[in-house]
Design a protein around this ligand. Structure first.
Ligand code: SDX
Length: 432
């Protein structure tokens, strides 16, 4: 039996139920608070507020633990693939051989966009940011799909598997087309003969005359990055997807909103910001110490991008895996990237600096990921797009979870109003 929380307020004692999660996380259920006491709670940035109960991902920020459906990220990174892990995250269990084969087959079935969608790519200016194109074109898919246009969860959930696979498959095609458009290059169509990640690289880098030389080590490295980004409980973009889903918007509209939230430099846009930061340090000949001083100075407007996390107050387990993969991939590709040396120096300097130690600021998933993506030939502007492709299974799983919850309601937070008290309209001629 869970304990009760007692709230002593205005001479009355209110009892609030508590709940305890699988791993011992504790929460006070305040659902009855407003009706019984007239009070709401206030928590700017939701740092102390749980928006839902979820079975998908578990994070322990103090211990640096991350598990998808109970399986540690380290095991999945070593033994699984992005598509197998995506299935686990969305459906709750690792797929058997037939399920994995059928799931991969669905990606081939859905890999082409509606042919008329390619004209939309023509309307974007060369140099348009691919995240703007990605969110627009994911949402535009609804215009070419009757089922999405007339989406109703009661009917749609029997086709959910199909729509989830369509979104997973087409996010690659749209991303690759966005890149090709931004470079003024002809679109390259997907090929059934290529598996998920290889097909994406083919659409990104092949020419109409010659297929891109798809190296296994490049596919493995990008597949690992997608896997490591696949879900991360109620982060900003996933919470956005759940917020939009709660209004019963269709799956693609909800994912499109997730892309917009992810684009922010404090969130998924950080991997691009890290590379730009490392490049600035390299170009100015700074050994990193000047930048670290600026990052500690509130008035500088600079932050050590790729460092810090709302939940991890320890090393982000994904950053550990990516840092090691950096060394492996650059060695396999015979690349010596000075930015990796700068990143490692920055990390060592920061981890020994009291400012970062006191605030428990460690490298997060974005600190080293850009260096790998750069070594694979992915342009910096596409880094947040790689994050979006990787995060798609997490968004889909959270969409499914909230839609299947019979108790779920439209998300509609309260507020505390601190504006003007009652006042009345002043006709124009009387205004000063
Ligand atoms: C992702 O939520 C997720 O799970 C996200 C993610 C996922 O998988 O979905 O893990 C992906 O978004 C990773 C984070 C990527 N963003 C960055 O790397 C941008 C740089 N980091 C910071 O902007 C910041 O650390 C956040 C946004 C990540 C977290 O912000 P919080 O939790 O609101 O922390 P805060 O801003 O309140 O910081 C606490 C203190 C402040 O100093 P004081 O006011 O206490 O003196 O730490 C300082 C901050 O100024 N601080 C930093 C810093 N991060 C925090 N100072 C310098 N450089 C930094 N990077």
């Amino acid at each position: 039996m869970n304990k009760e929380a007692k709230l002593d307020l205005d001479g009355k004692i209110y009892s609030l139920p508590t709940i305890t999660g699988t791993e011992g996380e504790k929460a006070i259920d305040i659902a009855s608070l407003r009706a019984s006491s007239g009070y709401i709670t206030l928590d700017d940035g939701y740092g102390n507020t749980g928006s839902c109960s979820s079975k998908i991902t578990f994070i322990d920020g103090d211990k640096g633990i991350l598990r998808y459906r109970g399986i540690p990220i380290e095991e999945l990174a070593e033994k699984s693939s992005f598509i197998e892990t995506a299935y686990l995250i969305i459906y709750g269990q690792l797929p058997n051989r037939n399920q994995l084969r059928d799931y991969s087959e669905l990606f081939s079935v859905h890999q082409f966009l509606h042919e008329d969608m390619k004209y939309h790519f023509e309307s974007f200016p060369t140099g348009a940011h691919p995240m703007a194109i990605l969110s627009a074109m994911i949402n535009a898919t609804s215009c070419f799909d009757e089922g999405l246009m007339n989406w109703h969860w009661g009917k749609a959930n029997s086709h959910f598997h199909n729509y989830a696979a369509k979104l997973m498959s087409q996010v690659r095609t749209i991303a690759a087309y966005a890149y090709r458009k931004s470079q003024g290059l002809p679109l390259i169509y997907p090929k059934k003969s290529y598996k998920y990640t290889a097909n994406f690289l083919h659409m990104m880098f092949s020419t109409p005359y010659e297929d891109y030389d798809i190296k296994p080590e490049v596919v493995k490295a990008l597949d690992l990055l997608f896997l490591l980004h696949a879900d991360h409980e109620q982060n900003c973009s996933t919470s956005t997807v759940r917020m939009v889903a709660s209004a019963q918007a269709n799956l693609f509209a909800s994912a499109s909103a997730g892309v917009c939230a992810l684009w922010g430099p404090l969130h998924g846009g950080a991997n691009q910001a890290v590379l730009e930061m490392l490049d600035e340090i390299h170009r100015t000949g700074d050994d990193g110490s000047k930048f670290i001083s600026a990052a500690k100075d509130k008035n500088s407007g600079k932050k050590l991008m790729g460092f810090g996390h709302r939940v991890y107050k320890n090393y982000d387990p994904r950053a550990k895996i990516i840092k090691k993969a950096c060394d492996d991939v650059l060695a396999q590709l015979h690349i010596n990237d000075p930015l990796l040396d700068i990143a490692k120096h920055l990390e060592q300097a920061a981890l020994n600096d009291s400012y970062f130690i006191e605030r428990k600021l460690y490298p997060n998933v974005d600190f080293y990921s850009g260096i790998i993506m750069r070594s694979l030939g992915i342009p910096v502007g596409m880094f947040p797009v790689m994050f979006a492709i990787g995060r798609m299974p997490g968004w889909i799983a959270n969409y499914k979870e909230i839609m299947e919850d019979p108790k779920s309601r439209i998300c509609r937070p309260r507020q505390v109003y601190v504006g003007e008290p009652l006042r009345h309209y002043i006709p124009l001629e009387q205004r000063k």
